[in-house]
Design a protein around this ligand. Structure first.
Ligand SMILES: C[S@@+](CC[C@H](N)C(=O)[O-])C[C@H]1O[C@@H](n2cnc3c(N)ncnc32)[C@H](O)[C@@H]1O
Length: 154
């Protein structure tokens, strides 16, 4: 909460009411104002082109249809707006990637999170054209920065 700019409006969503209660306690502790709402990332009840930036940290491993979620992020971003993600993804190392595929059903059953998501490809598949990513831990934790194409004058 401390890292978001509070000059503008900050909205935060989660599908879990309990997680939002924890976030609410944090906003109160820090004295910041955030609009917290229960919502599914795959079906945002938010207006088209109404956000400058969409941020998610370690969310899209558990969203059932991540591409649908990224399409929704694209829809609510204004042209030229940015999607910023910190996510754990499937390793590009052939052996580790296969191991992650093999272990994934068990991990999903135990934690609800997928460990073999191809998140950079999913972001592109959703329609983001400018996508950059950088490695932050063992080639598995990635910072992904994607931009919605600016409006072309007609
Ligand atoms: C590993 S936690 C990360 C929480 C927080 N973003 C953080 O970085 O501390 C994953 C979160 O994704 C949320 N989540 C899972 N599926 C979702 C969905 N379809 N829509 C919105 N949030 C979802 C879970 O409720 C959970 O709070």
């Amino acid at each position: 909460m401390a890292h978001y700019p509070h000059a503008g409006n900050v909205s935060a969503i989660d599908i879990s009411k309990r997680m939002l209660e924890r976030a609410k306690a944090r906003t109160e502790r820090r004295g910041v104002s955030v609009d917290l709402r229960v919502m599914d990332a795959q079906h945002l009840q938010l207006e088209d082109a109404s956000f400058d930036t969409v941020v998610a940290t370690f969310v899209f491993c558990s969203v059932p249809d991540p591409v649908a979620g990224f399409r929704e992020a694209l829809r609510v971003l204004r042209p030229g707006g940015q999607l910023l993600l910190l996510e754990h993804v499937r390793s590009e190392n052939a052996f580790v990637g296969k191991l992650m595929d093999w272990l994934n059903p068990l991990v999903v059953r135990l934690t609800g999170a997928n460990i073999n998501r191809r998140t950079v490809a999913n972001v592109r598949h959703a329609g983001f054209t400018e996508v950059q990513d950088s490695n932050h831990l063992f080639n598995i934790v990635r910072l992904i920065e994607a931009t919605k194409a600016p409006e072309t004058p007609s």
